[in-house]
Design a binder for this molecule. Structure first.
Ligand SMILES: Nc1ncnc2c1ncn2[C@@H]1O[C@H](COP(=O)(O)OP(=O)(O)OP(=O)(O)O)[C@@H](O)[C@H]1O
Length: 306
């Protein structure tokens, strides 16, 4: 049975920071302070977004989040006219005099990028390679010339100056480059790109244990299982820390023992890992092959004494 450690303070939202993570955050903060944008790249679930959020928090400035997608366009980033407001003034104070004045103005709504640039926020641009290169071109002017051009916006000013406190943290998944849009080299050339990889079994276990308040040896039995299955998959396509967190959370909530002999535990692992492992196996019937592989691996799960 999973023992929930009452004494351990659950850290369900925050980033669990071991020495390596603390060091990475402090270096990244230094680079941001010197005016260089940071780009965390790495496989799904390696912790890029969590790192970006923790780094942004360290700057103690408001944080703006943009998610890359192929439909993102300049209106989303810069802003757009959202309609009209009309003001009517009727003056009939003197009965013989009737005066009517009507004013119609277009109402403008700042886009997220414009708001962040104007006010000096920290911008997190998550999965930026999912957006069209044309859309991302606007960042070249921001990073190179410190201006945000307002092209296509019908605003009277041609550009706004970038606030000195403004900075950007990008994240991306290199495995997606092939299927999505090629990252522009010109943009990459202006970023400090740091590879964020999966952590080893012990570091992942420490995160699961601290996040969910379960014992370290139980967490390690789960992260070891997930890491073993990851090895069966092609590079960067296997299950991530997310899967370990799901197994640990559900086992604790449903009172399922973290024990390879327990059938409920085997079923839980198959449910959570089956689809993802099947996608990275080359077999005639990948789902069945994945199921067999997971059951075989989960039967070996044994919590060792701390
Ligand atoms: N150091 C950490 N401390 C606490 N939780 C973490 C840590 N690293 C990763 N996680 C957790 O692991 C999961 C995946 O992390 P995250 O979303 O940051 O990964 P990602 O690399 O951005 O993934 P994706 O490429 O799929 O967006 C999340 O639930 C996150 O809370």
């Amino acid at each position: 049975m999973t023992v929930l450690k009452e004494k351990i303070k659950k850290n369900t939202k925050g980033l669990v920071q071991d020495d390596e993570t603390k060091d990475l955050l402090s270096r990244s903060l230094q680079y941001l302070k010197a005016g260089y944008p940071i780009h965390f790249t790495g496989p799904t679930g390696a912790g890029k977004t969590s790192l970006a959020l923790a780094l942004a928090k360290k700057r103690k400035k408001p944080v703006m989040l943009i998610h890359g997608n192929h439909e993102l366009n300049n209106s989303d980033l810069i802003g757009d006219f959202t309609g009209y407001t009309s003001q009517k003034h009727v003056d009939n104070y003197i009965r013989s005099v009737y005066k009517k004045e009507e004013k119609v103005t277009e109402s403008w709504h700042d886009g997220r990028l414009l708001e962040a640039v104007k006010n000096g926020y920290t911008l997190i641009y998550d999965e930026f390679t999912r957006s069209q290169p044309n859309t991302n071109n606007i960042f070249l002017s921001i990073l190179e010339e410190n201006i945000l051009p307002l092209y296509g916006s019908k605003l009277t000013e041609p550009f706004v100056r970038v606030h000195p406190d403004f900075c950007v943290i990008f994240t991306s998944n290199p495995a997606e480059y092939a299927g999505v849009f090629q990252t522009q080299d010109a943009l990459l050339d202006r970023l400090i790109t740091i590879h964020v990889d999966y952590k080893d079994v012990d570091r992942e276990a420490a995160i699961v244990s601290e996040k969910l308040g379960i014992a370290k040896n139980e967490a390690k039995a789960i992260t070891q299982l997930v890491a073993d299955l990851r090895k069966e998959c092609k590079e960067d396509t296997g299950p991530s820390l997310r899967a370990s967190l799901m197994i640990a959370k559900l086992a604790a909530e449903a009172d399922i023992a973290i024990d390879g002999k327990d059938e409920d535990f085997q079923k839980l692992c198959t449910d959570i890992l089956g689809h993802q492992v099947s996608r990275c196996l080359e077999a005639d019937q990948p789902l069945n092959a994945a199921k067999d592989l997971i059951i075989k691996a989960s039967k070996k799960v044994k919590v060792t004494e701390e």
